[in-house]
Design a protein around this ligand. Sequence first.
Ligand SMILES: Nc1ncnc2c1ncn2[C@@H]1O[C@H](COP(=O)(O)OP(=O)(O)OP(=O)(O)O)[C@@H](O)[C@H]1O
Ligand SMILES: Cc1cn([C@H]2C[C@H](O)[C@@H](COP(=O)(O)O)O2)c(=O)[nH]c1=O
Length: 205
Amino acid sequence: MQGKLITLEGIDGSGKSTVVKKLQENSELRVFEPVFTREPTRGTLTGNAVENAIQSNTDQLAELFLFTADHAEHLAKLVKPALEKGKTVISDRYSDSRYAYQGITLKNRLENPLEWVKYLHRGWTVVPDLTFLFDIEPEIAVKRCGKRGEQTKFEKIEFLRGVRELFLGLAAEEPERFVIVDASGSPEDVEKKVVQKILDFVQRD
Ligand SMILES: Nc1ncnc2c1ncn2[C@@H]1O[C@H](COP(=O)(O)OP(=O)(O)OP(=O)(O)O)[C@@H](O)[C@H]1O
Ligand SMILES: Cc1cn([C@H]2C[C@H](O)[C@@H](COP(=O)(O)O)O2)c(=O)[nH]c1=O
């Protein structure tokens, strides 16, 4: 039986990675031996190329193709093999980040960047079964990012305001796939909401 793909999305500083670390230590989830992963990937040719692109003044269209190449490698080498073995895969960021972030970075390059980026994925990507959208005010998120050290070009309030709106629009288009989580609470509160929903979802079938 095909495994389930669960993704966590949200603007920088919304607390996804903090909750993922808690999910990895959660004894109730450990029973399902989920495969934890992320985009951009780490320690891969494509992930390293993306990391370099983020740190430099890369052309936004080139950056989109690098993120998308990383997604293709991620699908081929990790996501699809795990799902085919019936594993539950939990990814910290996935394609909805590309739609939301590059939907903004490319807004002056393409007529309808969000739709074009979605089209780029059509026919070969794997659509998640369940996506948690960590929703938070960009002002709070950027303040959190500030506490953890150097900031990337994406961690700017006005930019993240646009990204947040695109994320919320994606969730409104697919209410059966998205669970919007108020990410302004404590890590423990957010983790509790996410864990319960995952348990309900994985045990449902
Ligand atoms: N619920 C929370 N309340 C207060 N601070 C938090 C909360 N969750 C995470 N943080 C802090 O905010 C910062 C960003 O958290 P984290 O890295 O988990 O966010 P993220 O969504 O994964 O960000 P990015 O997408 O940029 O990696 C960290 O310093 C973390 O300790
Ligand atoms: C997958 C993906 C990510 N991004 C952006 C979002 C973040 O600002 C950075 C790195 O992500 P991390 O969670 O902080 O490691 O990259 C993007 O613009 N497009 C994407 O497809």
